[in-house]
Design a protein around this ligand. Sequence first.
Ligand code: SF4
Ligand code: MG
Length: 335
Amino acid sequence: GTPVLEVEDLHVEFRSRGPVVRAVRGVSYSLAAGETMAILGESGCGKSVSSQAVMGILDTPPAVISGSIRFEGRDLLGMSAEEQRQVRGPGISMIFQDALSALNPVYSVGFQIGEMFRAHRGTSKKEAREKAVELMDRVRIPAARQRVDDYPHQFSGGMRQRVMIAMALALDPKVLIADEPTTALDVTVQAQVMDLLKDLQRDTGMGLVLITHDLGVVNEVADRVAVMYAGRVVETGTTDEVFSRPAHPYTRGLMSSIPMLEDKGKRLNPIVGAPPSLSAIPSGCSFHPRCPMARRADDARGSAGRDCTADDPALREVAAGRRAACHYSEELLHG
Ligand code: SF4
Ligand code: MG
């Protein structure tokens, strides 16, 4: 069937004072109902900004957004701001790393969950409170009825995260975007919250976009993965394929210890250095300053004859169902 969410050639630039920040440079992906797609990468690679554009929460200007974002086949970027709100409101929800700043400290959690129903469905105050109790139960907050009038600060970090999930699920969204939803939590609680999200997804059939830098989380829950670097998707495929046979040196680097090509058996350490500033993206392949495989055209090893410092690799099909943006992906895949 039609994917529930299709992002195509999405660009986001920030133009204010100083150099233009190219936060997202041509990102495309699609998400089916019931599917989990992870967007993986280090911080500062455009993962959050691309999702904030999908969610419609970037200020424009300074953000300039282009490309298309289709929800159930309709392009959101072609709609008026009001139409966009009407489609996204019930259709797409987002949860964040920091529940404490997403919640209002002066209102009870029950009021804030119930507000979703009052604002969007015109539900009465009494009925909205009942709905809040039901949702708190659904996200497994113990003693929901006793806690519905408590305030955010009276909950633990993990329980606050559940309150935010309850708010996000109130209107039965088709798509949930989760931006590092467990990063701020301790390990046991992380696993519980991820289990909850997976169970809720199974019950509702919603599509889940999971933004994370955590390979373990991706491996556990994602059907497919898009690896982002310097504002682009540099590799995409099923999680199993990408993890077992990465086609991009950055993905290999993220997996932190990989056999080197020229010297089989020798292990490569985690990628050195940091992602580039998005206002000063390197020429050619943006990963070249950190890439252990980078080469120039005159390099004897450069069988594809490409100069990584000058030729910008496009995201292309490198194997069935696999796309990568590296001149030398075939060498990675086939040795
Ligand atoms: Fe490395 Fe060159 Fe591939 Fe970029 S194109 S990832 S620099 S080998
Ligand atoms: Mg982020």
